[in-house]
Design a protein around this ligand. Structure first.
Ligand code: ZN
Ligand code: ZN
Length: 417
């Protein structure tokens, strides 16, 4: 580990604490990855920097929930078959106690996507349900931005092997860190200042789009001719959020998108994907979707067509759109050309749409309306929310104003305003 690497992980840790969380003096912090059983112990060199940074800001207590992959595999191998509904609920209760008393929460995305490959799906489903049940009250706090929260990726062995299959084993993790540092602007002279100006730019873009309140978006690219309708009260957002008490924070690093919801009922035309989509660990690539009156009526894929079909037919909402996001083709993730098998990283690569549920906060007053009202106003509900990339250097997007005038939003994959 050379000196530069140590400096860079320190900068990355500071980004998470200062820009991601905007952790305040006196605020406790939980660092967790409850979905996957904890933060992998192999990430300890990075986590130590992170914890130091949090204490330096003035946090009175930082708690990290650890895991070891072998312990998870051991449970799957030896624990009684009827025991996978068991869950250490005190972990979720502990997190809840901290956030309800004003603490912040950092979620670490760091898992080998193939860790659980070949395991009994029924057992995995039971484990997932037990986690989701325990996580529900925390998820409700996150959904309301009751406190500052953020999401951050850290390379681990199996994951790095998946992203860099052609590199020798010893070079995969360093290559992953190098990619992350580039994508997250860690190599900038002053990464925090770089992020402040990047976030300001995203905010400016979403303010502009909100003020225009386009009625329709028209996408054109090779294989794509698609019209989306935006609900009257749609709100364009970026990952720059505010807590209920007004503290700004950034929900994830990196973030490149400005996004809202389309009216699920009116999508018309055909769209072609430009990057692979990873769905439940499977790759779906080079696919085309055709929409009529909001619904997917035709689809094909060169790879993973059966997975695409199972995604679209999950439930009624899965065959309709729930998100539209704008990301310039020059984004650092797109330029990296890498597939990360991870939504946080992959969805920030380029312009995308999502099949499935829409975010309530994309619609004015959406958080406080019933599911029925949200649907009546064009929102989509589904068990899935699956982002797929449609951006490229050949994508043009027009915005159609309420009065019918047409304005360029994207030209050759870049912002046109
Ligand atoms: Zn998105
Ligand atoms: Zn999304």
């Amino acid at each position: 580990m050379d000196f530069n690497f140590q400096t860079n992980i320190k900068k990355y840790a500071e980004l998470a604490v200062k820009v991601g969380l905007n952790l305040q003096p006196g605020q406790k912090l939980i660092v967790q990855s409850l979905r996957n059983g904890g933060v992998p112990i192999q990430t300890a060199p990075f986590i130590r920097e992170l914890v130091a940074s949090a204490y330096q800001i003035g946090s009175p207590l930082v708690e990290v929930q650890w895991r070891d992959d072998d312990l998870i595999l051991s449970r799957l191998k030896y624990a009684p078959k009827d025991s996978f509904g068991e869950y250490p609920t005190y972990l979720a209760d502990g997190i809840l106690e901290v956030i309800e008393s004003g603490g912040a929460i950092l979620t670490i995305a760091a898992i080998d996507p193939d860790l659980l490959a070949g395991q009994n799906p029924v057992v995995l489903d039971q484990m997932q349900r037990a986690y989701l049940d325990a996580w529900k009250p925390i998820s409700a706090h996150i959904g309301k931005n009751a406190m500052n929260w953020s999401l951050l990726s850290i390379p681990v062995t199996g994951w790095a092997a998946k992203v860099f299959p052609d590199l020798p084993e010893g070079e995969q993790i360093p290559a992953f860190w190098d990619a992350l540092f580039k994508i997250c602007r860690v190599y900038e002279e002053d990464p925090i200042a770089a992020w402040e100006s990047h976030l300001k730019n995203l905010q400016k873009r979403s303010d502009y789009l909100n003020q225009k309140a386009y009625r329709e978006l028209h996408y054109r690219a090779p294989g794509t001719d698609l019209k989306l309708t935006l609900p009257e009260d749609h709100i364009w957002r970026s990952a720059g959020f505010k807590t209920q008490s007004g503290l700004p924070f950034t929900a994830n690093i990196p973030t490149e998108e400005v996004f809202t919801l389309p009216d699920r009922r009116f999508t018309e035309g055909t769209v072609r994907s430009t990057r692979p989509l990873v769905y439940t660990g499977n790759v779906i690539d080079k696919f085309t979707l055709t929409f009529k009156e909001g619904k997917v009526v035709d689809f094909s894929a060169e790879q993973g067509e059966n997975f695409l079909e199972s995604l679209i037919t999950t439930d009624e909402g899965a065959g309709m759109l729930g998100e539209v996001a704008l990301v310039p083709n020059s984004s650092p993730i797109s330029q990296s050309g890498l597939l990360f098998y991870n939504t946080l990283l992959d969805e920030n690569a380029s312009c995308h749409l999502a099949l499935g549920s829409a975010y309530r906060f994309s619609l004015a007053g959406g958080e406080n309306m019933t599911g029925e009202t949200f649907k009546e106003l064009g929102g989509n509900n589904s068990l899935v929310h699956s982002d797929f990339m449609i951006g490229s250097g050949e994508l043009d997007i027009d915005g159609v104003l309420r009065g019918g005038e047409v304005e360029p939003l994207f030209r050759s994959g870049e912002w046109a305003f």
